[in-house]
Write a protein that binds this ligand. Structure first.
Ligand code: SAH
Ligand code: SF4
Length: 372
């Protein structure tokens, strides 16, 4: 059976041509599957009965399983997406997080089960790499979040064309550029007007700096770019972001400059996790300003989210402020990431298979309706 949720529109058109159908069917089907969120062939009334019959026999719409949905007191939601149907749900699951804000709704999507890049402060990295997510598992996270939010009180009153999820960040588990083809196809579906119609400026890919893939991305699917810098010199970055040994800071900065030529936004966001006593001194801030001097950029300081046996502490708030002020005085826009969804462990960098602990701390657990 062919899973139609694995295709972007051009691939779907090719599929239809291959089975002797008109390629414009692809647009109709994209609208049903993604724009309306309908996966029931019986409801797809503008598709001829005979074609629906053919699709029923040869294709499927398979979403990843939702093992758990949690809602935080602050409105943040988290879904535990089980990808391989393990019995206890403790392995091979990834997480998706929705963060509502006044002016936007952001969905944080995972791209891999685990991650091979082994950044020392990242709980996903500590798990090691398990496997890449398929296109349907990546875009399925957006489908599932949309579906769930649309059914919720407060959201179901919105006019149909008002997007609850206005922004997507590829900042969940995994390194998106290490699962390049599937991530790009899924992002093309996010941007497709017949599907989710998100603006390129509102889809952000975060990478730890896979330079060759950054160069491909700017040609294939230029979206907003966030780069996990985390250290202002190679000695320290080699240690905490080991991919730096392959693509050191200078090489990475040059790739950022090349990316900006094609990017939908005229700046790169540098993410910088604040690790107490490791990378958070004013000397580090000074070096950082020097390192990025040729790149139009903003900074996003992320207070380290601790996890058991991490070996790191979160920088003191005073230190974060001093670091921020130094960057601001040098003329940069700096945001300090607020921790949201604390009560459901939805914070960045905590998205890892701590399933059993997490369920104990659930505020409100909603049984997931089977989707038709
Ligand atoms: N692999 C990609 C995207 C996923 S991680 C990347 O590394 O960019 C999203 C962000 O969370 C990255 O900047 C990552 O370095 C950061 N992060 C990872 N673990 C963290 C932790 N424990 N506390 C705070 N931020 C963390
Ligand atoms: Fe992978 Fe990103 Fe975690 Fe590094 S920070 S181990 S690249 S998910």
């Amino acid at each position: 059976m062919t899973n139609l949720l694995n295709f972007n529109q051009p691939q779907l058109a090719e599929y239809f041509t291959g089975i002797g159908e008109k390629p414009f069917r692809a647009k109709q089907l994209m609208r049903w599957m993604h724009h309306f969120g309908v996966l029931d062939l019986d409801q797809m009334t503008d598709i001829a009965q005979s074609l629906r019959e053919k699709l029923r026999n040869e294709t499927e719409f398979t979403l990843p399983d939702v093992q758990l949905e949690q809602i935080s007191d602050d409105g943040t939601r988290k879904w535990l997406i089980g990808t391989d149907n393990t019995k206890d749900g403790s392995a091979n699951s990834v997480e998706t997080v929705f963060i509502p804000e006044d002016d936007r709704g952001t969905l944080c999507i995972s791209s891999q089960v685990g991650c091979a890049l082994e950044c020392t402060f990242c709980s996903t990295g500590r798990q090691g790499f398990n496997r890449n997510l398929s296109v349907s598992e990546i875009i399925g996270q957006l489908w599932i979040a949309n579906h769930s939010l649309r059914q919720s009180e407060g959201y179901n009153m919105l006019p149909a064309n008002d997007r609850i999820i206005s922004n997507v960040v590829m900042m969940g588990m995994g390194e998106p550029l290490a699962n390049y083809d599937n991530v790009v196809t899924a992002m093309q579906i996010m941007l497709d007007d017949s599907a989710y119609g998100l603006s390129r400026r509102r889809v952000t890919l975060s990478t730890s700096g896979l330079v060759p893939a950054m160069d491909r991305l700017k040609e294939d699917c230029p979206v907003a770019l966030a780069v996990s810098l985390h250290a202002p010199n190679d000695a320290l970055r080699d240690e905490i972001v080991p991919i730096n040994k392959k693509y050191p800071i200078k090489t990475l900065m040059a790739a950022c400059e090349r990316y900006l030529v094609k990017a939908p936004r005229d700046f790169v966001t540098f993410e910088y996790v604040m690790l107490d006593g490791i990378n958070d001194t004013l000397e580090h801030a000074k070096q950082l300003i020097n390192v990025v001097r040729d790149i139009p950029c903003k900074f996003n300081l992320i207070p380290f989210n601790p996890f058991p046996n991490s070996g790191y502490d979160t920088s003191k708030p005073m230190q974060v402020r001093a670091f921020r002020d130094m960057l601001m005085q040098a003329g940069y826009v700096v945001t300090v990431r607020k921790t949201r969804g604390d009560d459901i462990d939805a914070a960045c960098g905590q998205l890892a298979g701590k399933v059993l602990d997490k369920t104990r701390r659930t505020q409100k657990t909603i049984p997931i309706q089977p989707t038709s």
